[in-house]
Design a protein around this ligand. Structure first.
Ligand code: ZN
Length: 442
């Protein structure tokens, strides 16, 4: 992006016209007819001061004081929320041939080491956030690297783009190569410094970021838990029960813990601000603990399939009332597109004989994620007063999708086909706080 579009422009009055789709509640599992779905065909979405000002029917055109963008016949959704993704891992997306623990050592750690260099961290952060916007994702919960400069670079780049972003310095003081390990005291100082400088600034929030239990000593986990207590408004993000070898390793390293999740709970890391990626190999007691704490699982189906990690039991999480959001987990995941990720989520559930509706999927990646993050008043819906993070999509690209749309019966069939066939090529424009931050090349 050029310097002019990077600056923080005062948001004029803008109005977008199209088919508006969002949710007023959580759709029930398996229900293709749902009162939670709010579909308003051909409406204007007026945006003032970066916030949604209301809606009005397509034939009631806002006056000339509004910059009108007529996307009649296109779909307008809240921007997607990717609740688990690694900014430095664009460099290792689509890497061949390994499962989680080998994949970390072979591909990921070498790529993350480059982010010790501030220039590498800055260009990487800009590339990553522009890529998110070009895939229709306007908010994310992100792992940069162990290096403090990687966090500064990511927050600064998000601030320039006006984005809602949650991130934190990765904590890792063992079982990682040279150049990627911190120690307890330095890490604590870095975290406090970063929280002080970034948490609550514009749309940025800090997350205490434990990579995963095996790469932190018990002393570091305890320090991370103390940070969560000392700064109750910050988030906590980590990985949980992704892969069977990983789970076995955690059992070896923490024999006193009842389960993998229990390692985190004992350290004071299980709370309502917690975002736990994967959560595949859990039992009912783990799910009860997650529910009791109000923590969420960031389900990452594309990554789980690609790394052969396992099939997430969404139905069991739903039955236990655990909040589930959806995440790309790039670079374990193979695309930053939440639509492709939702397509994979559907297939993972199909393997278990379950049916993931388009409503459940789209809710989990917009309003559901926002609610789980405590941000429902800001993002994830088209409610008046919410920040205008919205994306404009073509219903169909190419002859196959056009034909499918032509014969689709009813709203769910149409939206499900869109969710399954569409990807970033369908994205027409991305607006962040009422400012256009991405537009498809003509
Ligand atoms: Zn991850």
């Amino acid at each position: 992006m050029g310097a002019s579009s990077m600056s923080n422009p005062t948001s004029p009055r803008v109005a977008l016209r199209g088919d508006l789709l969002d949710f007023t509640a959580a759709p029930a599992w398996g229900a293709v007819e749902s009162n939670a779905v709010r579909f308003r065909a051909d409406h204007w979405l007026p945006v003032e001061g970066g916030r949604i000002a209301g809606v009005q029917p397509g034939d009631q055109q806002p006056d000339d004081s509004w910059a009108r963008h007529d996307h009649r016949g296109r779909l307008i959704l809240p921007g997607f929320i990717d609740t688990h993704v690694h900014s430095p891992q664009l460099d290792v997306i689509a890497s061949y041939g390994t499962e989680l623990l080998d994949w970390l050592n072979t591909y990921t750690f070498p790529a993350e080491r480059r982010y010790a260099d501030p220039r590498e961290a800055q260009t990487g952060a800009a590339r990553f956030l522009d890529a998110l916007l070009a895939h229709g994702t306007t908010s994310a919960v992100v792992f940069p690297t162990v290096h403090r400069v990687s966090v500064d670079a990511l927050f600064a780049a998000a601030q320039e783009r006006g984005m809602r972003l949650i991130a934190g310095k990765v904590l890792m003081d063992r079982h990682a190569p040279d150049g990627l390990r911190d120690d307890v005291d330095q890490a604590a100082r870095d975290c406090v410094d970063l929280i002080t400088r970034w948490h609550g600034r514009d749309r940025l929030a800090y997350a205490v970021t434990v990579r995963f239990a095996p790469t932190s000593t018990p002393a570091q986990l305890a320090m991370a838990g103390q940070l969560c207590t000392a700064y109750p408004a910050v988030y906590m993000q980590t990985h949980l029960a992704e892969n069977r070898d990983e789970v076995a390793w955690v059992r070896e390293l923490f024999p006193e813990a009842r389960s993998y999740l229990d390692v985190y709970e004992r350290a004071g890391l299980l709370n309502a601000r917690g975002v736990f990626a994967h959560g595949i190999w859990l039992d009912d007691e783990d799910r009860r603990a997650l529910r009791g704490a109000g923590a969420q699982i960031a389900h990452s189906p594309s990554s789980n399939l690609f790394l052969g990690s396992g099939l997430f039991d969404w139905r069991a999480a739903e039955a236990a009332n655990v909040a589930v959001s959806v995440a790309t987990d790039v670079g374990g995941g193979t695309s930053l597109s939440m639509l492709r990720t939702l397509g994979d989520a559907y297939k993972v559930q199909a393997m278990a004989g379950e049916r993931l509706t388009a409503w459940k999927a789209l809710h989990a990646s917009t309003a559901g994620a926002a609610a789980a993050l405590g941000l429902a008043d800001e993002i994830g819906s088209l409610n008046a007063g919410c920040v205008a993070d919205v994306c404009v999509w073509d219903w169909a690209m190419g002859p196959v999708a056009h034909r499918r749309m032509d014969v689709a019966q009813g709203l769910h069939e149409r939206v499900f086909a869109w969710m399954t066939l569409a990807d970033e090529r369908n994205l027409v424009a991305t607006w962040v706080a009422g400012v256009k931050r991405h537009e498809r090349a003509a």
